[in-house]
Design a protein around this ligand. Structure first.
Ligand code: AP5
Length: 289
């Protein structure tokens, strides 16, 4: 590798302009195409990022994936795509508007069991346009089985989309149960609170849209137990899957949501700078030869 190539990498990664490509921005997205289906149009889509973040969030139910995805959406522009949100939105539609597959999926969900891969994959495949969102994406709650992870990899390889990282959040079991039991969700905008850790300003009301907060049906103790067992059995193996692809990033989910976000973002940013610097070095070295 020649000295000139080395100098170029240092000057590019240290340059202020580079920071603007990876700096957090504050843009949100209404996710209509994801939540309501591909025929719906999002009201706002983020302007194209030079290097969009394409992330998968892993971790047990209640570890705080949705909370982090919301912060990432606001600060990194990438769209928050949660499969659980799609099922819940469909459950709130009139009975006659629900397909038999969706009714069946809601039954699994209420019991805390995983929805069958075929139903989940059909739903994600229909919405695969969202994976091309110019602002990038944060997949929350998908993939959840090896089968789903393999299907997603195949689709992304086929569409020429590269995953940035799979972030795995970890937290002791007792704290996970406390987070789930205290969770309150807004029925209108889906914002998430915690009865004691992140309470709304007015009890039972959403700070953002004044919607009514409710306790999710699957946050009852009997469903929590089933969900945690399903996680251990089916989702935990994904940690090794993404580690073997060199995409895994482990983050302790302790501390405030903002601290966890900062820790995640710092690691993601460092990883991205390393990757880009390496690519520039290789390209420059090729030219020097
Ligand atoms: P889904 O909606 O994906 O739920 P989940 O993965 O079980 O995750 P949760 O939403 O329960 O928790 P979270 O990690 O997002 O935590 P949150 O940020 O809310 O799936 C629900 C169901 O749908 C599944 O059980 C399944 O049936 C079905 N399903 C969905 N996708 C599927 C798929 N791909 N395959 C098969 N089935 C599928 O935080 C939890 C609480 O903690 C909140 O109150 C929050 O305010 C609080 N909190 C968060 N961070 C902190 C912090 N740092 N400190 C203190 N409190 C915090």
């Amino acid at each position: 590798m020649c000295l000139e190539a080395m100098r170029r990498v240092i000057s590019i990664t240290a340059h202020e302009r580079w920071r603007t490509y990876i700096q957090p921005m504050s843009t949100t997205n209404n996710r209509a195409a994801w939540i309501q289906g591909p025929s719906a149009q999002c009201e706002t889509t983020p302007e194209g990022a030079l290097l969009p973040w394409r992330l998968i969030l892993l971790g047990a139910p209640g570890v705080g994936k949705g909370t982090q995805a919301e912060l990432m959406n606001r600060r990194m522009r990438a769209c928050h795509l949660s499969t659980g949100d799609v099922f819940r939105a469909s459950g709130s539609r009139p009975d006659c508007e629900q397909s038999p597959a969706m009714k069946e999926a809601l039954g699994y969900m209420r019991r805390g069991e995983l929805v069958p891969d075929s139903t989940v994959w059909e739903m994600v495949r229909e919405r695969s346009g969202c994976l091309h969102c110019s602002g990038g994406f944060i997949l929350d709650g998908f993939p959840r089985t090896l089968g789903q992870a393999e299907s997603l990899k195949e689709l992304m390889d086929h569409e020429g989309l590269k995953l940035t990282a799979a972030v795995n959040y970890t937290l002791p079991f007792s704290e996970i149960v406390a987070r789930l039991a205290g969770r309150r969700t807004c029925g209108r905008c889906k914002a998430v609170y915690h009865a004691t850790e992140r309470p709304p300003k007015v009890e039972g009301k959403c700070d953002q849209c004044d919607g009514t907060l409710f306790l999710r049906e699957d946050d009852r103790p009997e469903s929590i137990k089933v969900r945690l067992e399903a996680y251990e059995r089916s989702t935990a193996p994904l940690i090794e899957f993404y580690r073997s692809l060199g995409l895994l990033l482990e983050v302790a989910a302790k501390g405030s949501p903002d601290d966890i976000f900062e820790s995640t973002f710092t690691q993601l940013e460092a990883r991205r700078v390393r990757e880009v610097a390496q690519k520039i070095l290789v390209a420059q070295a090729d030219r020097c030869e």
